[in-house]
Design a protein around this ligand. Sequence first.
Ligand SMILES: [Zn+2]
Length: 420
Amino acid sequence: MLILTHRYRIYPDATQEQTLIEWMEICRSAYNYALREIKDWCLGRKCLADRCSIEKEYILSPELKFPNEIQQLNNLPKAKKEFPRLGEVPSQVLQQVIKQVHVGWKYFQERGFGFPRFKKFGQFKSLVFPQFKDNPVTNLHIKLPKIGVISINLHRPIPAGFVVKQVRILKKADKWYACILLQCDVSVPDPVPHGHPIGVDVGLEKFLATSDGVLVKPPKFFKQLQSRLRVLQGRLVRKKRRSKNYEKQRIKVARLHHQIDNTRKDFHFKVAHALCDSGDMVFMEDLDYRTSAKGMFGKHMLDAAFGQFRTIVKHVCWKRGKFFGEVDARGTSQECPECGGEVRKDLSVRVHDCPHCGYKTHRDIAAGQNIRNRGIKLISTVGQTGTETACADDLPGIEVTQSRQVSKSPKKRATRKPKP
Ligand SMILES: [Zn+2]
């Protein structure tokens, strides 16, 4: 099974845009209602049965069952009679909203933290159409239930043999996109380690350094556009919230953010392809870059978006049949790639100069060579299985999930598991 996601720009006309925005608002209220039910159920069971809470009391029948996914889905038709507004949205889209609540809930249960939050006005930005009887996409239009045909810019054709499984309508700034999930019934073998290996070290001074000695300068998109962003943002805070002028200004800010995002992603893809051109196996560190984003260079770490870059490299490698592996990142900059001896150096030392064997090179290149060495060791000891990580489930286009947080042992006391 091969699944790809293609994102296309769509151009709804004024009425269609109005409808889509209205649907999103209705879905938002359904989302919040479903979450409220769950939250009330939890609060009603917070304190023991024989005593009262000092702050507030939730009185719910003890027989009340946990509002699980199936129950909430079954309640939708009843709710539609009470709130006819819900009937405006295609029912499958509405069902997806309930499913979304429970995905968040399940995730919270597993991790033990991160209770799902209510969505504020304007925070609900996408609609999922999960099923299509026949192909909704033609060269010029995409046909969606209840809303009709919307013009689409099919900048790349849908590959032969693929069927449209799902369409997600996405709003970014004032632009609209359709993320189309394509599926094909072929099995693709995972890339096997072979050929020329390269180790890639990423950093702020040099965006990346490979073991072959290639250095790529860091792009400073954010810095370039930052002064402009500051001006726009400064104008925004002086506007009255929810007013017309506020909305106009908000869109200007959102567009700029969107532009930065696009430029950065484009750069990442180009570099990733350049990497695949120069080698057959790519190794990177398994760092969680979000910890370093909290430090002194936080803004620049976020600007470079190393996490996204790694995901993109992974995807490009998979697409081009190159092997991708992640290696242990500990001390890659403190080791000599030639003799393996320890060479202590702090951040200000930019040259690797080994006192044991006399090997001398750029600091980041040495780190890249260490990563390469570790990668080769990894595939020779572990074998191919277990290290293969290339996959395409969250790529490209739609929200790149930033969930690299490792789940700690969930606190049993704080979050009680609901009995279904
Ligand atoms: Zn050495």
